[in-house]
Design a binder for this molecule. Structure first.
Ligand SMILES: Nc1ncnc2c1ncn2[C@@H]1O[C@H](COP(=O)(O)OP(=O)(O)OP(=O)(O)O)[C@@H](O)[C@H]1O
Length: 355
């Protein structure tokens, strides 16, 4: 079932939580709504659910205008961050709950619950109570409960938000596999870019009640449509165009309307750090070295007082052997400038292949 959102806006008093949202969620896809706190992700999800009717616009589910359809008639499954299971019911009874209130024949309910227990890989635990499960197992049960009634759309609001990092990581790869089996059109809210990139077919990046960009993980990382997206998806150095690093690059004059020069964005892994100078490098001193095992992060203070963050892979680290106080020679391999850095204008100038 596809979902089409046409010109949806929502205000809370004077505050605009959603501004003219247009979005197409294709049938069978898992789409993440990604953005910082307060960007409107949950409001959009709640509008799709029918919990928060929009002030303007339309929500079309499976070709039918659902904007004013009652939530109970939308046939939508939900999983929330704190989706409390019924404590006094067993796992089996929790999963069966929606089917029972819909008066499914008991024999069919039993078979469906068994099928779902297998799907969430908790076959042996059906007779336990929620307090006897881990947080991750409970969220899997919440998911099974949402799927039991065969919804046409599944909505998940930070479903793993309350779990620790390791369980969270396990559950997201599990959710991805589950989706590949079930293929239910799903919308997933998260503020964690890694989670969105790992789980979703498509990512909708939101900021201030607006959509900044829609694309695959690769598209939004490699071709960010705006400075916001570039900064939100992965680390980035935002540097003045006048920094000596860019002296050998012909950016051409470009000033925003307010007269400021647009900043230059460089990903930390797009710096080259050398032990010898050449005519395109700038001299700097290593201020800090952070070892993360698979990569090393170094902070370098350049002679013009610009401070940059660079990431080195293992090979580069072996070549450079970075130490605090060490002199290095640095140049950007790739950089990006946006025309009018506060707007969503496309990139105005790019060099290098990295971005
Ligand atoms: N019922 C409400 N009444 C007033 N303001 C609200 C209401 N619901 C949401 N808001 C405001 O709308 C904005 C968007 O909220 P929303 O919950 O959609 O953000 P979010 O991106 O999901 O953030 P988070 O990740 O923190 O949940 C916030 O500034 C919030 O305070």
């Amino acid at each position: 079932m596809s979902i089409t959102i046409n010109n949806v806006s929502k205000k809370f008093g004077e505050f605009t939580a959603l501004k003219d949202i247009n979005l197409e969620i294709p049938n069978g896809k898992l789409v993440a709504l990604l953005g910082p706190s307060g960007s409107g992700k949950s409001t959009l999800l709640r509008a799709i659910a029918g919990l928060e009717p929009p002030d303007q616009g339309q929500i079309i589910i499976n070709g039918q205008d659902a904007t004013h359809v009652d939530i109970r008639k939308r046939n939508i499954g939900f999983v929330f961050q704190h989706y409390a299971l019924f404590k006094h019911l067993t796992i089996r009874q929790n999963i069966a709950f929606g089917l029972e209130i819909r008066k499914h024949p008991p024999g069919k309910t039993k078979a469906r619950v068994q099928e779902l227990l297998e799907l969430i890989q908790l076959e042996g635990l059906g007779n336990r109570y929620p307090s006897q499960l881990s947080g991750g197992q409970r969220q899997r049960v919440a998911l099974a409960r949402a799927l039991a009634v065969q919804p046409q759309v599944l909505l998940l609001d930070e479903p793993f938000g309350a779990l620790d990092a390791k369980v969270r990581k396990e559950l997201r790869s599990w959710l991805r596999k589950l989706h590949d089996e079930v293929h239910l059109t799903s919308v997933f809210v998260t503020h964690d870019q890694e989670e969105a990139m790992e789980v979703a077919d498509e990512i909708v990046v939101m900021s201030n009640g607006k959509i900044e960009q829609v694309g695959t993980a690769e598209e939004i990382y490699e071709h960010p449509a705006s400075p916001f997206v570039m900064s939100f998806i992965g680390e980035v150095n935002v540097l003045p165009r006048t920094a000596s690093l860019f002296n050998s690059h012909a950016f051409g004059p470009h000033h925003s309307e307010n007269g400021h020069q647009d900043p230059v964005f460089v990903r930390p892994h797009d710096f080259e750090l050398l032990t010898e100078a050449d005519d395109t490098t700038v001299t700097g001193t290593i201020q800090r070295v952070i070892h993360l095992g698979w990569e090393v992060q170094v902070e370098v203070l350049l002679t013009d007082n610009t401070r940059v963050l660079a990431y080195l892979n293992r090979e580069q680290r072996q070549q450079l052997n970075p130490k605090v106080g060490q002199q290095v020679f640095i140049k950007p391999r790739a950089a990006k400038v946006f025309a009018g850095a506060s707007t969503t204008a496309p990139a105005q100038f790019i060099f290098g292949t990295g971005i």
